[in-house]
Design a protein around this ligand. Structure first.
Ligand SMILES: [Zn+2]
Length: 225
């Protein structure tokens, strides 16, 4: 990975016929996760572009992309890391703040397990097999994912709301890229009124995407130095 051909894959969760988590409002309107993730994907793209970091998107508009297709796209597009953006919905109404997930076959906790189940059940996938990717590459990618997740939380925690125990693990289909570091950023909770306000606040979106882009930049610099 050199500074020049480092490519970040930005994955806006859900899309098209898959709205993700949704919240009904008055007057028959509703808020869909897929719209929030797309807006944030564009904000993160802008923040990365401002820092001279190359990036590609798994989707740029409201279209359906399957979970396994996202992983294939990330590889085809020459990505070095995958950032998948999502919004959560919790049974526990007090849960709030941003968190970052990395791949693990066993979930770190109940909330992480529920979240992965919701995300994976939206669309079936058969990417369970790591195939020809060697274990060494997988281990390197897993270490990179953990370091990137930590860098992101440190960066966001400097200015924003984060979930208690913000680094979590679960078996997310979209993170099974195996050979490349991959993290799933859960931006906040639709089920929390304070988070909902922030998710629709342009200032928060800009601050948060800037913090995530800074974390990516710092993590990548440490890698090439
Ligand atoms: Zn989602």
């Amino acid at each position: 990975m050199s500074e020049n051909n480092f490519v970040v894959v930005i994955d806006a969760g859900h899309g098209g016929r898959d709205p993700g988590a949704s919240l009904a409002l008055e007057h028959g309107q509703f808020i869909a996760e897929k719209d929030i993730t797309l807006t944030m994907a564009k904000a993160l793209g802008k923040a990365l572009g401002d820092r001279g970091i190359d990036h590609v998107f798994t989707r740029k508009d409201d279209r359906y992309v399957g979970l396994d297709e996202r992983v294939h796209l990330a590889q085809q597009l020459g990505g070095d890391i995958l950032i998948s953006l999502h919004v959560n919905m919790a049974r526990r109404a007090t849960a709030s703040g941003l968190s970052v997930y990395t791949l693990s076959h066993s979930a770190s906790d109940k909330l992480a397990e529920d979240f992965a189940q919701q995300e994976n059940s939206s669309i079936g996938t058969n990417l369970d097999d790591a195939g020809i990717v060697s274990q060494i590459l997988q281990q390197q990618a897993a270490r990179g994912s953990d370091e990137l997740a930590t860098a992101m939380i440190m960066s966001v925690a400097g200015h924003g709301e984060i979930l208690e125990r913000p680094l979590r693990k679960a078996n997310f289909a979209v993170l099974r890229a195996y050979h490349m570091p991959a993290v799933l950023v859960e931006l906040g909770f639709l089920s929390h009124p304070g988070d909902l306000d922030l998710l629709f606040d342009p200032a928060w979106r800009s601050k948060t995407s800037t913090a995530l882009a800074d974390a990516i930049m710092v993590w990548h610099r440490n890698l090439v130095d």
